[in-house]
Design a binder for this molecule. Structure first.
Ligand code: HEM
Ligand SMILES: *[C@@H]1O[C@H](CO)[C@@H](O)[C@H](O)[C@H]1NC(C)=O
Ligand SMILES: *[C@@H]1O[C@H](CO)[C@@H](O)[C@H](O)[C@H]1NC(C)=O
Length: 507
C-alpha cells in the first residue's frame, strides 16, 4: 500500500478512533456527573425513617405497582414497620401505618403536617390555588371562607336536604326508565350527585341528558384515571423532558383546560346578573369577597382562585360520593341477603310513600352499618390525600424536614385483621353490636384533623338519602349470565370497574 493510500485510510480511522475515545470519555464524564447530582438530590437527611435501597435516577419507582399502588408495598411494611421512606427520583415519601401514628400525623401535628405537596402535574394545572392542594395562609383563608359559605348555602340545613331528596327522586325516575333491563348506572349517578354540589356552587342543576354536562362528567372521570397513570408519574419526575413527549399526560392537561373554561364561563355568566346584596350561590359569595380586596394585590381572593376553588368543590363533591354509591349498589347486587335486610328496615321505618331523610338514620342501624361497610370496603381514598411537612418536625423519633411527603395508609387501618372480624369480606356486622350501630375508631374514610374532608357532612347526608332511596324503589340484581366483580379501577380514587345491573321494581 502506498503512503498515500495508508494515509487515506489511516488518518480518518485514527481520527475516528480518537473522536470515539473522546466521545466515550465525555459520555462517561457526563454520566458520572449526573450520578453525582442524582446522589446529592436523593441523599436522605439525618435520622430519617428507614427505607429500601433505590436505583439511580428512578429511586424505588420499580417497587411501585401503579395498577394497585396502595397494595404494592406490603414487603416494606413487613421489613420496616409502621413508618418507612421511599424515594421517587428525588421526591422523598414517608409511609405511615397504624392508628396511633396516623392520628399523630393527621390530628396532632396540626401545625407541622398540614401542607399539601404540589406535584408538577398539579402545579401546571392549579399552580398553588384551590382548596385541596393549597397550603399555608392561602389554604387557611380559602378553607375558612368555603366552610362558612357552604354553611350559609345550606350545608347541614333543611333546604339542602330537600335538594338531595329531590335529586334522589329524579334519579330513581331515570333508573325506572331502564325497565329492569341491564344498564350501567355510572353516569346517571354521577350526574345526580354532581347536581347537589352544582346547586351550591353554580346555583343550578343539569338534566341527565344534557350533552355538554355529560361530556364534562366524562372528562372529570377521565382525569381521575389518567392522573394516576404512568405518563403522569413520569411527568411528575421529569417535567422538563416529559412535557415534550406525547402521552396521556397531554390528554389530562387538555381535559382540565376544558373543565376550567366551563367554570370560567359560569363565572362570567354570574357576573352579568350578580347582585352583591343577594348572593345566590358560592360563586356570587366569592365575587363579593373578591370585591373587598380590589386594592389588595396580595390577597388570595382572586379570580384564578375562584375558578380553582369551584373546580375543587365540583370535583371532590362529585367523584367521591358517586363512586361510593356505585360500590354500594354493586355490593347489594352481590349480597342479596344483605340487600333484603336493608329493604326490610326501610319498609319498617320509612315505608314506600315517604322520601328518606337523614332524621331516619338514627332509627336505621342496619342501613347505617351497611353504608359504613361500603365506605370501608370501597376504600376509595386508599392512601389518604398526601400531606407535606410544613415545618421541621419529628415522628416516632425520626426527623422529618420541611417538604417531606407523608402518606397515611388508610387501607391498612380499614383491613387490619386484628381489628376487623372479616377484613376482606363485606360484612355490616363490623358496625353493629346487639343490633345497634357501633362506631369504630379504626375507621377514617374522611380523614381527621384540620385538613380533614370539608364535605364529610354533605357526603354522609347524600350517601344515606341516595342509598335508601335506591333500595326503597328497586332491588338490584346481576344481569342473567353476567358475573359481577369487585375488581377496582386505579385512579385518584379507587372505583369499581364498569358493571351493569338490573334495577327491578317491587311486585
Ligand atoms: C364519600 C365521600 C367522600 C370521601 C370518602 C372523602 C374523603 C376525603 C379525604 C380522605 C380527604 C383528605 C383529608 C386529609 O387530607 O386529611 C378529603 C378532602 C377534601 N374533601 Fe372529601 N370526601 C368525600 C366527599 C366530599 C364532598 C361531597 C365534598 C364537597 C364539598 C368534599 C370536599 C373535600 C375537600 C374540599 C377536601 C380538601 C380539604 C383540605 O385540603 O383542606 N369531599 N376528602
Ligand atoms: C397499606 O396497607 C395495605 C394493607 O395492609 C398493604 O397491603 C400495603 O402494602 C400498604 N401500603 C403502603 C404504601 O404502606
Ligand atoms: C390582603 O389580603 C389578605 C387576605 O387575602 C390579607 O391577609 C392581607 O392582610 C391584606 N393586605 C392588606 C394590605 O390589606
Amino acid at each position: 500500500m502506498s503512503v498515500r493510500a495508508l494515509l487515506a485510510v489511516g488518518v480518518p480511522l485514527g481520527a475516528a478512533i480518537w473522536a470515539g475515545c473522546h466521545r466515550s470519555t465525555l459520555l462517561l464524564g457526563a454520566l458520572a456527573f449526573l450520578l453525582l447530582v442524582d446522589f446529592l438530590r436523593r441523599r436522605r437527611p439525618n435520622n430519617y425513617p428507614p427505607g429500601p435501597w433505590g436505583w439511580p435516577f428512578f429511586g424505588n419507582l420499580f417497587d411501585m405497582d401503579f395498577e394497585q399502588s396502595h397494595l404494592s408495598l406490603q414487603k416494606f411494611v413487613k421489613n420496616y414497620g409502621s413508618i418507612f421512606c421511599l424515594d421517587f427520583g428525588g421526591l422523598h415519601g414517608v409511609f405511615v401505618t397504624g392508628l396511633p401514628l396516623i392520628k399523630e400525623v393527621l390530628a396532632e401535628k396540626t401545625q407541622s403536617i398540614v401542607n399539601r405537596p404540589v406535584t408538577p402535574i398539579r402545579e401546571r394545572i392549579f399552580k398553588t390555588n384551590g382548596l385541596i392542594m393549597s397550603s399555608g395562609q392561602v389554604w387557611k383563608e380559602q378553607r375558612r371562607f368555603a366552610l362558612t359559605t357552604l354553611r350559609n348555602f345550606g350545608l347541614g340545613k333543611k333546604n339542602l336536604e330537600e335538594r338531595i331528596q329531590e335529586e334522589a327522586r329524579c334519579l330513581c325516575e331515570a333508573i325506572e326508565e331502564e325497565k329492569g333491563q341491564p344498564f350501567d348506572p355510572h353516569f346517571k349517578i354521577n350526574n345526580a350527585v354532581s347536581n347537589v354540589i352544582c346547586s351550591v356552587t353554580f346555583g343550578e342543576r343539569f338534566e341527565y341528558h344534557d350533552v355538554q354536562f355529560q361530556e364534562l362528567l366524562r372528562l372529570l372521570d377521565e382525569t381521575m384515571c389518567l392522573e394516576a397513570g404512568k405518563w403522569c408519574q413520569l411527568y411528575n419526575m421529569w417535567p422538563a423532558i416529559v412535557k415534550f413527549l406525547p402521552g396521556s399526560h397531554q390528554t389530562l392537561f387538555k381535559d382540565w383546560k376544558k373543565l376550567k373554561s366551563f367554570v370560567a364561563q359560569m363565572i362570567e355568566k354570574h357576573k352579568e346578573d350578580w347582585d352583591p346584596e343577594k348572593p345566590r350561590d358560592f360563586i356570587d359569595a366569592y365575587l363579593n369577597e373578591m370585591a373587598k380586596y380590589t386594592d389588595n394585590t396580595t390577597s388570595s381572593f382572586h379570580e384564578e382562585n375562584l375558578i380553582c376553588n369551584t373546580l375543587d368543590l365540583f370535583f371532590a363533591g362529585t367523584e367521591t360520593t358517586s363512586t361510593t354509591l356505585r360500590w354500594g349498589l354493586l355490593y347489594m347486587a352481590i349480597h342479596p341477603e344483605i340487600q333484603e335486610k336493608v329493604q326490610a328496615e326501610i319498609d319498617h321505618v320509612i315505608g314506600q310513600s315517604q322520601l328518606p331523610t337523614t332524621a331516619n338514620r338514627d332509627h336505621m342501624p342496619y342501613t347505617n352499618a351497611v353504608i359504613h361497610e361500603v365506605l370501608r370496603m370501597g376504600n376509595i381514598v386508599p392512601l389518604n390525600v398526601p400531606r407535606e411537612v410544613s415545618s421541621d418536625t419529628t415522628l416516632a423519633g425520626y426527623h422529618l424536614p420541611k417538604g417531606t411527603l407523608v402518606l397515611t395508609n388508610l387501607t391498612a387501618l380499614h383491613t387490619d385483621p386484628a381489628k376487623w372480624a372479616t377484613p376482606d369480606t363485606f360484612n355490616p356486622e363490623h358496625f353493629l353490636e346487639n343490633g345497634q350501630f357501633r362506631k369504630r375508631d379504626d375507621f377514617l374514610p374522611f380523614s381527621i384533623g384540620k385538613r380533614a374532608c370539608l364535605g364529610e357532612q354533605l357526603a354522609r347526608s347524600e350517601l344515606f338519602i341516595f342509598f335508601t332511596s335506591f333500595l326503597q324503589k328497586f332491588t338490584f340484581k346481576a344481569p342473567a349470565n353476567e358475573k359481577l366483580s369487585t375488581k377496582f379501577r386505579m385512579g385518584i380514587t379507587l372505583s369499581p370497574v364498569s358493571y351493569r345491573l338490573c334495577a327491578v321494581p317491587p311486585g
